[in-house]
Design a protein around this ligand. Structure first.
Ligand SMILES: [Zn+2]
Ligand SMILES: [Zn+2]
Length: 349
């Protein structure tokens, strides 16, 4: 076994504390990654709350990280020590079901192994996440990352980025299409940037007029203030693909009425019951869809695209010792647009 330092919560602990954890020695197809930066995702916050309520075992969050390969198993072919890599929110899958064969390991019929809080398919242990100095992972779920981009700003591409990239690609965002983005947080700000880079016309939908300048700076061509009836009327029926990243329960009707003939609303930010009136789908033959995370092919495609176009997330980097501050501020929506932990203070600790 290898040991490393990590921020974890044991049992019903509500706060993460620095502790020593074990990592497996690399199996034949494993690589060991020294983690340098790990993004702070809303899921991490939810997982910590859920874990405190259930109180079982050790939780180490973190599922969008970058780092450097420090060891490889004997059968590893795609990576060598020193490679700059990235890991997202799944670290294994069955590899044989229809979803896996289609490159959608994120929807694996046997459920993908999550980067933390998952169950290792070989030894049954609980996976511990990227708020740590080192991670050991199958090479199939490790990605080459563009080495010329700021590594801290690349980390959020692995969860927030691929979550919006898959629907943008599935519904072929590009020239001649209008993409709407509702919610301007970790997911939303990347959706704006990526849709604009793909050549689409981008409209940001926000309740806050004060966000208009930020939206345009990210690449939005237009901003619709959803609390302004004049704005809503102006935008009605104009959006071909609406990426909804709002993370609280909300009525889909007002958003659907902005969607164009045969257009699609993709609900990404809210996992739970939704309310809508079917006439809002009927009028204009609109579709309601969803998506979550990404498979291996699209994840590497996103990193390659961002490397070519120089696209990264807007991040606020904090030393990992300030993880509690990052989580508290994230809970208050006080971040533009993603916190990233710098894990280099762990090796000094
Ligand atoms: Zn995430
Ligand atoms: Zn599968």
């Amino acid at each position: 076994m290898r040991t490393t330092r990590a921020y974890g919560a044991q049992g019903s602990e509500k706060e993460l504390t620095l502790r020593t954890i074990e990592r497996r020695d690399p199996r034949l197809d494993d690589v060991a990654v020294r983690v340098t930066y790990c993004g702070v995702c809303h899921s991490d916050l939810s997982a910590l709350h859920a874990h405190a309520a259930d109180g079982d075992g050790l939780l180490v969050p973190g599922h969008e990280f970058v780092g450097e390969v420090v060891a490889v198993g004997d059968a590893v072919t795609r990576f060598a020590v020193g490679d700059q890599v990235a890991v997202g929110n799944i670290v294994d899958s069955c590899g044989t079901c229809a979803m896996c064969r289609a490159g959608q390991e994120n929807f694996c019929a046997e459920f993908p192994t999550l980067t933390y809080g998952g169950r290792d398919r070989h030894d049954g242990s609980t996976t511990l996440g990227g708020y740590s100095g080192e991670y050991v992972v199958r090479e199939n779920f490790v990605y080459h990352r563009p080495a010329h981009l700021d590594p801290a700003a690349v980390a959020p591409l692995l969860c927030a980025g691929v979550t919006v990239w898959e629907p943008l690609r599935r519904w072929a965002a590009g020239p001649g299409m209008t993409v709407g983005v509702a919610g301007l947080g970790g997911l939303g700000h990347l959706a704006v940037r990526l849709a604009a880079a793909l050549g689409a016309r981008v409209v940001v939908l926000t309740r806050t007029p004060g966000k208009a300048d930020d939206a345009r700076a990210l690449g939005a061509d237009d901003v619709v203030v959803t609390t302004d009836d004049t704005d809503l009327a102006r935008a009605a029926g104009t959006i071909d693909l609406l990426i909804d990243t709002i993370s609280a329960r909300h009525d889909l009707g007002p958003l659907l009425r902005l969607v164009a003939l045969d257009g699609t609303l993709v609900s990404l930010g809210w996992l739970g019951p939704v309310s809508l009136e079917t006439p809002d789908l009927l009028i204009g033959r609109k579709s309601l869809a969803s998506a979550g995370s990404g498979g291996r092919p699209r994840t590497q495609e996103l990193l390659d695209f961002c490397g070519e176009r120089g696209i990264t997330a807007d991040v606020e980097v904090l030393p990992s010792a300030q993880v509690a501050t990052a989580l508290r501020r994230l809970a208050a929506n006080d971040v533009r647009y993603r916190f990233v932990l710098d894990l280099s203070d762990l090796s000094a600790a």
